[in-house]
Ligand binder design. Structure first.
Ligand SMILES: C[S@@+](CC[C@H](N)C(=O)[O-])C[C@H]1O[C@@H](n2cnc3c(N)ncnc32)[C@H](O)[C@@H]1O
Length: 281
């Protein structure tokens, strides 16, 4: 069954820039479409080259949280243009790598640009992360890099991840996690049209707290074994993304990104890497 179509306005903008031959856009978002990770954020120099290194480091940090190793079968749910699959392909051997995405346009680009090496196998599959088209116990690792806030239900995704993981399987994600006061500020500001998050980022739920994750892990039989707040390491991303939207003539999108930046700088919205392990009976 075909997954439902979802609205992702920022991907429409990114794909439009690529189609117009914007080489800066291709360098910024042609591989990873996520925030960067800087070990020393004060050393970030604001250049595109610096950002692409940081974006690669974020992927590596998330799959390290899942303890990926040679020979694993890995599912990357919400795989974008296949950047994390590409990184795994470059750094590990004998892997079975599967990227899943609800958007066939992204998969088309992923298939073109990621070719297997090092005795790895790669497959890109169209589907919804909350209805995984894979058999039970078929993966060692499931990843969801900066995409779970789009999924129709975090609980449905966790139940599916648990189902497709083998005993002792690992799940790692990154997410924007609010502290409680953020709900009120965000709910107030999002009513102002200039700050409509949905008109840039589509359907986004940033209301799931660390406490909610703890409860979800218990309900879906995972151990939450790693919690890293890397907010300060991601902050140099914001000027890059704002500049991208400004150059694309999308001032509203730059403004709303500025709003997320303020919430992040004030510590109201935390960028977290979370690692989970299947509780095996
Ligand atoms: C911010 S992008 C991150 C892409 C990729 N993980 C990366 O880090 O480059 C969010 C991704 O989630 C995907 N997505 C959103 N909802 C989805 C769903 N229900 N099932 C699968 N993928 C989904 C989008 O198409 C997009 O590729």
């Amino acid at each position: 069954m075909q997954p439902p179509k979802i609205s992702l306005p920022y991907f429409d903008i990114v794909l439009e820039r690529f189609a117009e031959g914007d080489t800066d856009a291709e360098q910024v978002f042609g591989r990873h479409v996520h925030w960067g990770y800087w070990e020393n954020p004060v050393e970030a120099d604001g250049s595109i080259a610096d950002f692409t290194v940081a974006a690669e480091q974020l992927s590596q940090r998330i799959y390290a949280a899942a303890g990926v190793k040679d020979g694993d079968r890995v599912l990357d749910a919400g795989c974008g243009f296949g950047g994390t699959i590409a990184s795994l392909n470059e750094n590990f051997n004998q892997m079975q790598l599967v990227g899943l995405n609800i958007d066939s346009r992204q998969l088309e680009k992923a298939r073109q640009q990621v070719q297997p090496q090092k005795n790895n196998q790669i497959e890109f599959v169209e589907g919804d992360a909350c209805r995984l088209p894979f058999p039970d116990a078929s993966f060692d690792v499931v990843l969801a890099v900066e995409c779970i806030f789009h999924f129709p239900s975090r609980e449905a995704f966790f139940r599916e991840a648990k189902r497709v993981l083998r005993p002792n399987g690992r799940l790692a994600i990154s997410d924007f996690v609010p502290v409680s006061v953020f709900y009120h500020l965000y709910n107030f500001l999002r009513k102002i049209p200039t700050f409509s998050i949905n008109s840039t980022y589509g359907n986004v739920n940033t209301e799931f707290t660390l406490n909610d994750y703890q409860k979800l892990a218990i309900a879906t039989e995972f151990n939450l074994n790693l919690k890293e707040d890397i907010t300060r390491n991601t902050l140099p991303t914001y000027p890059i993304v704002r500049r991208f939207f400004e150059q694309a003539g999308k001032q509203d999108s730059a403004n709303v990104t500025g709003l997320i930046e303020i919430a992040s700088r004030l510590g109201l919205l935390r960028y977290c890497v979370l690692g989970f392990e299947v509780i095996s009976g």
